[in-house]
Structures are given as structure tokens and as C-alpha cells.
Design a protein around this ligand. Structure first.
Ligand code: NAP
Length: 458
């Protein structure tokens, strides 16, 4: 990939180059590992929370897991031979990433409780402030702040009046005993689907408030046999080949489902068949989306179609009118009495980096550069923001690949820029014109894809 960057002379060079990484999730930890491998130790990771792990630290709701195969949802250079089954549970994923961070010597570089509130380029370096009043200077800033950081709280009348516990799925109260309770769940995305599958039959009643039905692709979670675990532990090369095999299969499947009519039909048919397995025609009708498969990110689940048919689960499709102390009132006037209310209402992924105030050269702010759409060069750099680089930034996620593989590619690219910055002492920022051109290419492709034509609200 060509750099498409403008560069001017800077001052710090070599190992004096000071780097600040924002965020100690999968991306930030990976960046740190790669800096350490290059012998660059003059960096800090500023983490707003009190522990590393990003999304896997925050999401501890019942059934939390990753619908990407565990061995693929790993760094390509270090596997965990002991994953119990094809799909890993949230706590096991957090443990894996924590273990890698510890083994690779990243943990001492993390400063906790440091929410970066502003980053200002002073013409030479970046000056950062954190919420606790501390200040940092950096030659290079790497934003690895994640996209799923800001829970969306639904704007529903009376939400604050609910008498029982109410919380977003990313703030799940694990101390709550749910057995025997009437639980309300707003939302039908991947988080909600995992919760439904985990709580059906466990709680007294589960009322799922569905605004939009989702296409759900059934998958089978299978235990990893002991001999495979042992082989991975004894021969890391064996794990590497397995990783590559999973990666190639996943890419081929994703490509087939997005670029060939036959592949798309095969994928869609799996979703149609799963839906057809719902025995009650009324329930089946409620769960039938009115848009094309793939328009919203597919929900993958082992068990949802069975769980949703459990007598304790109620799919409510009447729109929510308001929330009252005793539960949720729907437009038809019915009060759905609840003890606990969980909000599986997603995240403000578009807030990426914000509310941090970023001010680049000549006082230009990130909000100004991104006033229409986030303008980036290949998702990783922003015009007017010299040596300000992003991992898993806007336009990064793909619906069909492991995000870990995506951030590895981005980190490789960022390392090439860092080599240049360290060796030559330069300030690098992308020119506006190639960034615009790249953005147009992305938009054109998106418009022609099922995201543009599939008839869904994203
Ligand atoms: P999400 O996919 O954004 O889903 C949010 C749900 O809340 C949608 O059903 C939405 O309905 C509903 N909603 C939002 N506001 C509402 C309101 N005011 N009233 C009623 N319903 C409302 O959120 P998520 O399930 O937490 O997932 C977030 C991201 O994490 C996604 O990218 C997801 O793929 C990812 N994730 C991945 C995994 C994995 O295993 N890989 C697991 C969990 C989550 P509408 O559809 O009508 O907007």
C-alpha cells in the first residue's frame, strides 16, 4: 500500500520518539507487543478503566461469547491451546488477552484510570490531558480506543422511573440473582440473542422487546477434543496451521456470501431454514425480518431458535410506549410487568474517539474534519492530524472476518509509518485528496452492497 502521506521534519528521533497508545484492548495491547518487538520502550498505554481488555472486560452479561471461532479470534502469533470449544465464552477471551499481555511484558506500560479528554498538536508534538488532570506529551499518538465503548441508552419515556434494576448489557449487574424473576430485554442484536439463549428457562419470564427482527444464522458449538488441545500445546506450528486454515475458510465463506449469487443463496437458505424450524406460525411471523439477509450484521447463534420457543420467552413486537415503575407499557396499552430491565440497545460506534477533543495542525479539530463523514486514509490516519494514527477506526470492521485479523493488518501498516517516524524524525499526515478518493471508493462499494440495497435501517 502506498503511503499517500505528506511528511515534514520533526525533532525526536530513534528511541527518543515518545508514543502514547490510547486504550488497552485487543488493538492497544497488540500495538504495544509490536513496539516491544522492535525494541521501542518509550511508550505508555492510557486506559480509562481499571483493567485491560476493552469489550471483553465490559461485557459480562449471561451467555456472553464470541461468534467468531476462538482460535481465529486470537493473535496470529500466539494461540491458546486450551479453548474449550469452537466458540469461546467472554471471560475465557478476556483471560487469553490478559495472559498474552502479561507474557509479552505489556502490563507495566499500562496506566489505568486515564481517560484522555483532549489531544492538541502544538506544531511539533501532541499534548494530551486526562480526566484526572494529568498531562502527557507524545511524538506519536495511536488511538486504539475501540468502537463499542459508549453504550446507547434508549430515549424511552419513564426509563428512569423503573422500580427494579435497569442496566445496559455492557454494565450488567452480575450480583443479581435472576432465577424466578421477570426480566425485560430491549433489543434483538447479537448481545440480546446471546442473552435470550442463556436465560430461556432460567428466569421466570423473559419479555424481549423487538423493534426489528434479525436474521439469525445457526452455528454449532463443538467441544475441542483433548487430543487437539494437547497437539496445540505441544506443537505451536500445528496451531499456526489450524489458525491459517480457519482464516482461509472464513475468508472464502465471506467472499462467497458477498460476491457470488450461489454463495449468497446458500447462506440465505440456512437462515430461512432455521426460521422455518420455529413451530408456532405467529412466533415465526414475528421473527421474520422484512429486509435481506446480511443487510444488518448477521447474528450467529447456537441455540437461539430453540430458546426463543421456550414457554418462558415472550417476543413482544408492539412498540414500547413508555416505562413505568412496574414494567414496560406497549402501544396496545398492555403493561408487561417486570422485576429487572436489561437494555441490549447497542453502542454509539460513530462516536469513535470522541468525546475526546482532538485538535490538529493550525487548530483544525477532528470534529471539523469529520463534520460530514469520518475522513480517513485507509481508516488509519486523518488529514491535518500529523502522527495521529488509529487502529480499528472508522470503516475498519467487516461483517465477515475476525476483527483481530483486521487490526493485525492495520498494526503492520502503522509499524511501517512508525519506522519512518523513528528513523527520520518526521511528521506524517495523509493528504486530503487521496483520503477523499479512498472514502469515495468505500462509499461506492457500500452503496452497491446489501448494506445499501438490502432495505434495512443500519
Ligand atoms: P446492536 O447490534 O446495535 O443491537 C441493538 C438492538 O437494540 C437492536 O435490536 C436495536 O433495534 C435495539 N434498539 C436500540 N434502541 C432501541 C430503542 N430505543 N427501542 C427499541 N429497541 C432499540 O447491539 P449489540 O447486540 O449490543 O451489538 C453491538 C455490536 O457488538 C455489534 O456490532 C455486534 O455485532 C457486536 N457483538 C458481537 C458479538 C460476537 O459474538 N461477535 C456478540 C455481541 C455483540 P433496531 O435494529 O431496530 O435498531
Amino acid at each position: 500500500m502506498k503511503f499517500g502521506m505528506a511528511e515534514v521534519q520533526q525533532t525526536s528521533r530513534g528511541k527518543d520518539t515518545r508514543i502514547v497508545i490510547i486504550g488497552a484492548g485487543i488493538s492497544g495491547v497488540l500495538m504495544a507487543i509490536k513496539l516491544l518487538e522492535r525494541g521501542l520502550r518509550n511508550f505508555v498505554i492510557l486506559e480509562q478503566a481499571q483493567a485491560m481488555g476493552g469489550t471483553w472486560r465490559d461485557n459480562v452479561y449471561p451467555g456472553v461469547a464470541c461468534d467468531v471461532a476462538a482460535h481465529l479470534y486470537s493473535y496470529s502469533f500466539e494461540g491458546n491451546p486450551w479453548f474449550q470449544s469452537r466458540y469461546a465464552k467472554g471471560p475465557d477471551i478476556w483471560k487469553y488477552y490478559h495472559r498474552v499481555a502479561r507474557r509479552r511484558g505489556v502490563l507495566p506500560f499500562i496506566e489505568y484510570g486515564k481517560q484522555v479528554t483532549s489531544a492538541v498538536f502544538d506544531g511539533r508534538r501532541w499534548q494530551l490531558s486526562t480526566s484526572d488532570g494529568a498531562a502527557y506529551s507524545a511524538d506519536v499518538v495511536i488511538a486504539a480506543a475501540g468502537r463499542l465503548q459508549q453504550p446507547v441508552m434508549p430515549q424511552i419515556e419513564g426509563l428512569e422511573s423503573f422500580a427494579g434494576p435497569v442496566f445496559h448489557t455492557a454494565r450488567w449487574d452480575q450480583s443479581l440473582e435472576l432465577a424466578g424473576k421477570r426480566v425485560g430485554l430491549i433489543g434483538t442484536g447479537s448481545s440480546a440473542t446471546q442473552i435470550v439463549t442463556a436465560l430461556a428457562g432460567v428466569v421466570d419470564r423473559l419479555s424481549v422487546f423487538q423493534r426489528t427482527a434479525q436474521w439469525v444464522f445457526p452455528v454449532k458449538d463443538t467441544a475441542n477434543p483433548w487430543w487437539r488441545k494437547l497437539a496445540f500445546a505441544l506443537w505451536p506450528g500445528h496451531w499456526q496451521s489450524y489458525y491459517r486454515q480457519l482464516r482461509d475458510e472464513t475468508e472464502a465463506r465471506g467472499k462467497a456470501a458477498t460476491s457470488s449469487e450461489e454463495g449468497r443463496r446458500a447462506r440465505d437458505q440456512v437462515c430461512f431454514d432455521a426460521l422455518a424450524s420455529i413451530r408456532d406460525p405467529q412466533l415465526r411471523a414475528k421473527l421474520t425480518p422484512d429486509y435481506e439477509v446480511g443487510c444488518k450484521r448477521l447474528v450467529f447463534s447456537d441455540g437461539f431458535h430453540e430458546a426463543v420457543q421456550h414457554p418462558s420467552v415472550d417476543i413482544v413486537v408492539d412498540p414500547i410506549e413508555r416505562i413505568v415503575p412496574g414494567g414496560v407499557v406497549t402501544k396496545d396499552g398492555k403493561l408487561h410487568e417486570l422485576d429487572v430491565l436489561a437494555l441490549a440497545t447497542g453502542f454509539n460506534a460513530h462516536a469513535y474517539i470522541r468525546p475526546m477533543q482532538v485538535t490538529g495542525e493550525n487548530g483544525v479539530t477532528l470534529d471539523e474534519v469529520w463534520a460530514d463523514l469520518p475522513l480517513t486514509y485507509h481508516s488509519m490516519a486523518v488529514p491535518n492530524m500529523p502522527n495521529f494514527l488509529m487502529i480499528n477506526g472508522p470503516y475498519s470492521p467487516g461483517g465477515t472476518a475476525s476483527v483481530v485479523g483486521i487490526v493485525e493488518v492495520q498494526v503492520d501498516y502503522i509499524l511501517q509509518l512508525i519506522d519512518r517516524i523513528v528513523n527520520m524524525g518526521v511528521l506524517l499526515s495523509p493528504r486530503a485528496e487521496p483520503s477523499q478518493r479512498w472514502l469515495e471508493t468505500v462509499r461506492e462499494k457500500a452503496r452497491a452492497s446489501v448494506w445499501g440495497t438490502g432495505g434495512c435501517q443500519m
